[in-house]
Design a protein. Structure first.
Length: 334
């Protein structure tokens, strides 16, 4: 099975040329290769990414997260339409929850963003989060590079909104946007402090109709809360605003603030410094992933683990000693 090679794969140069020409069909097929776990596809993916690398990195990368029911898809569609109207090409990488039993994924974002999905200037790619750390699709970083090389100058990465996915997305984006709701009880209890600290901007969505007054109150609460946190290394003070994606109110203001942020971090050097730091961290993440695959795909390790599992269950060996034993065996294999 390891040596299986799908019949519909193109030669590497065909993917590279197609991506650089902005061919959305080729881009989608290349991302499928990137996301594949087949050994032949991994080799192909590395060649594609390496060749398109000089044409990537020219976008602004925006992470978007929020509490359940905040209206992320509606907001992203309104925001994406605003960007397209302003002349931008927008790629939305939406990471959906995967079933831990079936490994399936809802992948419903294209149906929720009907107006944006039909535009040539927008590209929506839902990806199953699978079992990678933080719920973030393992290959989102590579997918982002491919989209940039295809000419998309704004990349929106929507998180699943649970667990550690926000931390992972924050580590691969330039600007982190947190969507919140008003009138859902004590707003400040509805989000973890760590996520608040990562936010470059908090947007109170659904600020329309009877919810306007509560949204203004929530805005003041978040502004007061954010003042407690120290100024980030970027030198940027997080902004709190209100918006109504469904009424298309306050959407332009979000983009204006992102541009203000970009201007600041370009001038003080933080933008390049942060990108460099992310590249190094990305390298180490890939090393960790390769080592994990090397370990668990070893036939000897698999056999030894099945024996150790039974011994741990029978209390014949402690979990700590079992772990040390299997690592020792792994070291001896080199």
């Amino acid at each position: 099975m390891k040596n299986y090679k799908p019949k519909n794969r193109l030669i590497p140069q065909a993917y590279i040329d197609g991506i650089l020409k902005g061919d959305r069909v080729i881009l989608s097929r290349a991302i499928t290769v990137i996301e594949s776990n087949l050994e032949s596809d991994k080799i192909l993916a590395k060649e594609i990414v390496q060749e398109i690398l000089p044409s990537s990195g020219k976008s602004i990368r925006i992470g978007i997260t929020g509490v359940p029911g905040v209206g992320k898809s509606t907001f992203i569609e309104a925001f994406g339409l605003r960007l397209v109207k302003a002349g931008h090409k927008v790629a939305i990488l939406s990471i959906d929850p995967s079933s831990q039993r079936s490994k399936g994924s809802i992948l419903g974002d294209k149906t929720r963003m009907e107006e944006l999905a039909v535009l040539q200037e927008a590209y929506i790619r839902p990806s199953a989060s699978g079992d990678t750390l933080g719920g973030v699709a393992n290959k989102t970083g590579e997918t982002m590079l491919l989209c940039e090389a295809a000419g998309y100058d704004v990349i929106l990465i929507e998180t699943v909104g649970v667990g550690q996915s926000e931390t992972a997305v924050h580590g691969m984006t330039d600007f982190f946007l947190l969507l919140m709701l008003a009138g859902a009880g004590d707003e400040l209890q509805g989000i973890k402090k760590g996520i608040m600290e990562m936010a470059d901007m908090v947007v109170i969505n659904k600020a329309d109709g009877d919810n306007i007054t509560m949204s203004k109150l929530a805005k003041r609460q978040y502004q007061n809360a954010l003042h407690i946190f120290p100024i980030s290394e970027s030198g940027w003070s997080p902004i709190v605003s209100t918006a109504s994606a469904i009424k298309n109110i306050g959407i332009s203001n979000v983009w204006d603030e992102i541009l203000n942020y970009k201007k600041l971090v370009d001038e003080n050097g933080y933008f390049l410094k942060n990108r460099t730091h992310q590249q190094i961290k990305w390298m180490y993440n890939n090393i960790n992933e390769e080592l994990k695959q090397l370990f668990y795909n070893s036939k000897d390790i698999k056999n030894e683990l099945s024996i150790l599992e039974k011994d741990v269950i029978a209390s014949e060996i402690s979990p700590v000693k079992a772990a040390q034993q299997i690592i020792k065996k792994f070291k001896q294999s080199f």
